[in-house]
Design a protein around this ligand. Sequence first.
Ligand SMILES: C[S@@+](CC[C@H](N)C(=O)[O-])C[C@H]1O[C@@H](n2cnc3c(N)ncnc32)[C@H](O)[C@@H]1O
Length: 309
Amino acid sequence: MGIRRDFLSNGKVNRFDGSKLPTKAETLKDVDDIKIHAEVGKSVNSGSFHGETIYANIVTRLRTAGCVFAEDEARLLISAARTPADLAVMVERREAGLPLEHVIGWAEFCGLRIEVDPGVFVPRRRTEFLVRQAATLARPGAVVVDLCCGSGAVGTALAAAIERIELYAADIDLAAVRCARRNITAAGGHVYEGDLYEPLPSSLQGHVDLLIANAPYVPTKAIGLLPSEARNHEARVALDGGADGLDVQRRVAAEAPLWLVPGGHLLVETSERQASKTVEIFARNGLITQLSSYDELDATVVIGTKPAL
Ligand SMILES: C[S@@+](CC[C@H](N)C(=O)[O-])C[C@H]1O[C@@H](n2cnc3c(N)ncnc32)[C@H](O)[C@@H]1O
């Protein structure tokens, strides 16, 4: 089991508030602050009253469970826990293989703290490239739709990056919608539940400046090859893109021209391997297509522009 490198950057996580991951000394103070004067979980020596012992014990347990960045994770868990009981439960969940973001309840994305509920897709660092590409195309006041919004990370980040956007988001999964409502509503947006465009207000047709969709794009047969954190703890509907992984993208691209303003853009994340097919799908639907990638994040984005009148 290993936390994604994108979340912890070289062990110095940039927390949502921009601060660094707590140092070991700060962590030990946190342990004292939450007044751990009892055993934390099954394997802490109940005779130990010292933060250092508790921290070391959590590190050992996480490492034994296969967490690659055990020290960093221990610090995050300790700083996220409000009580010793909380901490004990969190450590047990993480040992059992729950993604760290589901355990602590949030993920860092584009420098923001995005709430992520159990079962909901954890926003990936590579998707920050999608946000960056979208942000370069948007103007203040743009009408933006985040389709397949999951936690709402993409829309929330765009609302933070572009002034006064009018933001709409939708997802088919109720757990994702509930989660997105907290993130996106706080950013002034609206969240709808349903299949792709179906729940959106029809008054948006022909008026959307930016349509962003990080739709599922894993081919069905490749789901079994995903890390267990994704396979076992993220909804299947968030991952499975059908036989070639592009089923949802096909549907998104087919209806995009109806919703975009002339000159508006559709942006989707895809993989390097699937990119040429995604480009083909966009072109087939009359979009002027451009491919953009960023090796450092292993990120590939296809941008389609509806021709201006
Ligand atoms: C790969 S996740 C991306 C989530 C989010 N955009 C992000 O980047 O973190 C794909 C999301 O698409 C949603 N989804 C899948 N099929 C859908 C459909 N037909 N209509 C709406 N949402 C769908 C899933 O529920 C999931 O939340």
